[in-house]
Design a protein around this ligand. Structure first.
Ligand SMILES: O=P(O)(O)O[C@H]1O[C@H](CO)[C@@H](O)[C@H]1O
Length: 328
């Protein structure tokens, strides 16, 4: 495994003086001390994304319209897909592999409520060692497959004291902490075939879809478990300190996680409509305490996601049905 920027993390390796990714593509040299960094946006040029998209559309015989990214423990969203064509990440050319528990590592293409969809059952996180451009590369693959709508889901810690474990927060905005630190999936030369050099991110989260989701939640009788709020992505993999959580709360953040924001940035850059929600899997303590049960842990995150998967699945499938009916 390569831990350096030259071959972009897990899956890459060094053979002799040469740095090689898992498909054998040479992407840098270890000769002498000179390592030329690859700007993030050049890791996956348009043509490579196009090749991956062709592999998916030809292999599935479909051009999906809606893309779904399953959050930790929310892989069952992809299990709803009918007549699924399944692509293991390892078998997709130039695709990274999933390394986190609760992220199966496969792309599922098929239909859901009549709409053509593709779902990532397993996403890529920055803390796995992948640069952000690689984490969100599949969003561009979705775009070139024909996807117009991105549904991004995640497990998150609730910072807003009104949030309870098991609640769902519809994202209407985000605070990009990795961006504050100068990291972006769009870093490096811009390819205008994807989108503009300086994309605007106000109104990134589609208001119509948020309103429809609220109506659906009412019809499901779960409106008291639904909130609209602000998500923030930190780099992880450690959970946050109390001081960090206090600071995030003061900044207006309602829920915190380690994903989604770079995917949304990539989706908005290529003009996809975005719907995203956080399943609140734990309440974040914002006061100092010795209580062990107030510490976040991934087992709890997974257990809560499993418990609430039915509600999440229903919300997603009903919303997809509305999108499909509106365009039928
Ligand atoms: O954001 P998703 O992938 O749902 O996962 C969340 O859960 C993990 C921590 O328990 C982190 O990866 C965090 O980002």
């Amino acid at each position: 495994m390569c831990s350096r920027d030259c071959c972009s993390g897990p899956g890459g390796s060094h053979r002799g003086n040469t740095c090689t990714d898992k498909k054998g593509a040479k992407s840098g040299s270890l000769a002498g001390e000179k390592i030329i960094p690859t700007p993030q946006s050049l890791l996956y040029p348009y043509e490579v994304i196009e090749e991956i998209a062709d592999f998916i559309t030809k292999g599935s015989g479909m051009r999906p319209r809606i893309g779904i990214i399953c959050g930790s423990g929310l892989g069952s969203l992809a299990d709803m897909i009918q007549d699924p064509k399944i692509f293991e990440y390892e078998k997709i050319p130039n695709f990274p592999v999933s390394t986190v528990e609760g992220h199966a590592g496969r792309l599922v293409v098929g239909t859901l409520e009549g709409a053509t969809v593709m779902a990532m059952q397993g996403r890529f996180h920055f803390y796995e060692g992948y640069p952000l451009a690689k984490c969100s590369m599949p969003v561009r693959v979705m775009k070139l497959c024909g996807v117009e709508y991105l549904f991004a889901t995640n497990a998150a810690g609730g910072i807003n004291p009104r949030f309870q474990v098991g609640d769902i927060m519809l994202m209407h905005d985000h605070v990009n902490m990795l961006g504050f630190a100068g990291n972006s999936p769009l870093q490096g030369p811009n390819d205008p075939r994807f989108g503009p050099r300086f994309p605007a991110l106000v109104n990134s989260y589609n208001k119509d879809l948020i309103n429809k989701a609220i109506e659906i939640a009412k019809a499901m009788g779960i409106e008291s478990n639904i909130h609209v709020g602000v998500y923030s992505c930190l780099g992880g993999p450690n959970y946050e300190t109390i001081a960090e959580l206090k600071a995030l709360r003061m900044m207006g953040v309602d829920a915190v996680g380690m994903s989604t924001v770079h995917e949304v940035i990539t989706a908005r850059h290529c003009d996809m409509k975005v719907f995203a929600f956080s399943l609140i899997t734990n309440k974040c303590a914002t006061e100092y305490s010795d209580k062990k049960d107030e510490e976040a842990n991934h087992d709890e995150v997974m257990a809560v996601a499993k418990n609430r998967q039915k509600a999440c699945c229903e919300l997603v499938s009903r919303l997809i049905r509305e999108i499909h009916m509106a365009s039928a």
